[in-house]
Ligand binder design. Structure first.
Ligand SMILES: O=c1cc[nH]c(=O)[nH]1
Length: 433
């Protein structure tokens, strides 16, 4: 369907208002418009409203199929991905995940093991239509010395297909070893990475956050936190991050993931936190599939009663940048997943109500994470940008989000890619106990 030449016109393509900045077209109630999309030399030459009901002779008629820009996945853990067969989560809880993943890391995460699983994950993401991925890298000693060089090599290997970024991952208590944390920040800076920590309520949280901000400022790093991945009402580290950002005068980008406890707190507490998050210009990413899996798991024969996700609607209404992302894939934190951002968007629509109206929620898997990750031009369809987009079968939200769309066409720099998902059997030899 997509001409191999890399230069062509697609007629009757259905695009969404939220992802086509500046497009003057008659949008319908769902935010869609039919356009003619011209591709030349791997770039989008123009996106213009479709003039008539019939495609012109030389154009490819997409017959109203939805075209979205390639996805941007801003929160993943591809260093952990696919260890499930050798290290399942024994009870499906957060602590079960932490302990299982920690034991597997200590026993099995050689450079080769990490590299092979990472490459497997990236092949899946690419085949599903993702063009940029941020991964966290477990960076507790001695893993940082193994995983960061693997990441640097993997980023080179995938350059031009997936923009790969990495953020270090360690519990906030790891920052207490000041000399080691300074060395880690230097290592992250050398790899042009992002400084990341997991925050939870410890007595010296404010002091430790100050050290994190000090290192980010010294090395010119953006920040990426895991915060409050719990139903504990007392978990308010999101607010503490916003306060620390304000009093440190931080000017870089900050992305905060999870923030589950916020959804359990009383309104006054929530409002105060959201005011500070907006003022500090924090961006928030929700991980709906992993949160649904780990949160409210009681293991006492009762049914989970909340969805685990944070307050994205309230955040967006205040102008806070919000995204959704894959998080873990087939590891103790989430037993399933394949880095398919269409699946993430479909699940987010159900879990977080990204519908009625859809509004500009599609930005949460494309344009917004691209801004947070400083990827100019990614996540939108606009003249002058790379012709990186996905052609789906669906012609409406209900068609798009009701099937897996396994036969979607992924176009990169104007050409349809070969969409080969890696075979799980490739990893079998890494899974032997
Ligand atoms: O959700 C989480 C939290 C910490 N580490 C992970 O790998 N996933």
């Amino acid at each position: 369907m997509i001409p191999a030449s890399g230069s062509y016109r697609l007629a009757n393509a259905r695009v969404h208002r939220s992802l086509t900045p500046g497009l003057a077209a008659p949008f319908d109630a769902d935010g869609f418009a039919l356009v003619e999309l011209t591709v030349a030399d791997g770039k989008i030459a123009s996106v213009v409203a479709h003039a008539g009901s019939k495609a012109q002779a030389e154009a490819v008629d997409l017959a109203g199929r939805i075209v979205l820009p390639c996805f941007v996945d801003c929160h993943t853990h591809i260093d952990k991905g696919h260890i499930w067969p050798r290290k399942p989560n024994p009870d499906g809880t957060f602590m079960g995940a932490l302990n299982a993943a920690g034991a597997d890391r200590a026993a099995r995460w050689s450079a080769e093991d990490v590299a092979r699983r990472m490459d497997f994950s990236l092949r899946s993401a690419y085949a599903h239509g993702t063009k940029a991925v941020r991964t966290h890298l477990d960076s507790v000693p001695p893993q940082e010395e193994i995983s960061w060089p693997v990441f640097e090599a993997m980023r080179e290997k995938w350059r031009g297909r997936i923009d790969l970024q990495a953020a270090c991952l360690l519990g906030i208590e790891g920052v207490r070893d000041k000399a080691w944390f300074e060395r880690l920040a230097k290592r992250v800076a050398a790899a042009k990475g992002v400084l990341g920590v997991v925050t939870y309520m410890v007595p010296d949280l404010e002091e430790l956050l100050d050290q994190v901000f000090a290192q980010a400022i010294e090395h010119g790093l953006d920040l990426d936190f895991h915060a409050d991945e719990t139903d504990d009402l007392a978990a308010v580290s999101l607010k503490k991050i916003a306060e620390a950002s304000l009093w440190n005068g931080f000017e870089g980008n900050i992305l905060v993931g999870h923030c589950c406890s916020l959804a359990r707190q009383p309104d006054l507490e929530v409002l105060d936190t959201l005011d500070k998050v907006a003022k500090a210009r924090l961006a928030v990413v929700s991980l709906p599939m992993c949160n649904l899996y780990l949160q409210d798991r009681r293991n006492n024969g009762t049914t989970p009663r909340w969805r685990g996700v944070t307050l994205l609607h309230e955040m967006k209404a205040r102008g806070i940048k919000v995204a959704v992302a894959s998080d873990n894939t087939r590891d103790p934190f989430y037993a399933y997943g394949d880095l398919d951002m269409l699946e993430v968007y479909r699940m987010a629509t159900r879990i977080l109500h990204f519908d009625h109206p859809v509004g500009d929620w599609p930005r949460a898997v494309a344009a917004t994470p691209a801004e947070v990750m400083r990827l100019d031009g990614a996540g939108t369809l606009a003249a002058g940008g790379n012709a990186d987009f996905i052609v789906f079968k669906g012609r409406s939200w209900t068609e798009l989000l009701s099937r897996p769309e396994s036969d979607r066409i992924v176009v990169r720099e104007g050409r349809a890619i070969e969409r080969q998902l890696p075979d799980y059997a490739e990893l079998d030899e890494l899974m032997v106990e």
